[in-house]
Design a binder for this molecule. Sequence first.
Ligand SMILES: Nc1ncnc2c1ncn2[C@@H]1O[C@H](COP(=O)(O)OP(=O)(O)OP(=O)(O)O)[C@@H](O)[C@H]1O
Ligand SMILES: [Mg+2]
Length: 248
Amino acid sequence: MADALAKYLPDNGNVEGELLELLAFNEKMAELGRMAAGVVHELNTPLSVIVSATQMILREEELPEFVREMVERVNEEAHRLAELTKGVLSFARRDSGGRAEADANQVIGEVMTFLRFEAGKRSIGVIEDLDHRLPFIAADANRVKQVIINLVMNAFQAMGEGGTLFLRTVQESETAVTVQVADTGPGIPPDAQERIFTPFFTTKEPGEGTGLGLFITRKLMEGIGGAIAVKSVVGEGTTFTLTFPVAE
Ligand SMILES: Nc1ncnc2c1ncn2[C@@H]1O[C@H](COP(=O)(O)OP(=O)(O)OP(=O)(O)O)[C@@H](O)[C@H]1O
Ligand SMILES: [Mg+2]
């Protein structure tokens, strides 16, 4: 267990810092698990109604052929969706087989599969502007996932209800790819813009935020050999820019 966790921590010999990260990492994973379970729960109830209702219809003997075919299709697709919800649960698995290469667009796709549900609940629009000729980045997909989840959750929490989330990928140069996560939330005052990356800086109510998200995010980005920067205008919104090294 300790070994498995150790590979997710930067090797800087800073025991206190590592413990802090470990704590927060576990908390994030638990949060993720709860959200995934929530999605599955919400989906499974209507899905089982669809499956049993279609089965009842199919038991009728005098169905026009067209109706039978259509209802069979609905039944099959509902089964397929049920399989998909199982896939959501396996999402939180952290093992990526040691491959330190990731497709940033694909990671965004996977993350948004279940965060889109949260966006919908909050009436937040999502606009993606992804560069489809993006090269692979030199990073573990699960770390990249964690970073993007942290930023998207912050954006959701900042906007509350309504607003727009923007996700953008660009090949910046031969050696760098950038991922931007932007929101139309309240923004961050200039004097707070550096402090947001320090441990335990939070403006959230006790019990709502630990103030460790961006601290960990910056650590993860440094571990990858990348960087994170923020631009924000109070009353307009906030943009976080992640810079990743391109894979060899
Ligand atoms: N997109 C954003 N818009 C406005 N403020 C933000 C945004 N992202 C972060 N912040 C500010 O930075 C603070 C620190 O963020 P961070 O993710 O480190 O901790 P947190 O979200 O408060 O708690 P945790 O991530 O541990 O649940 C937030 O409390 C908030 O004040
Ligand atoms: Mg946060």
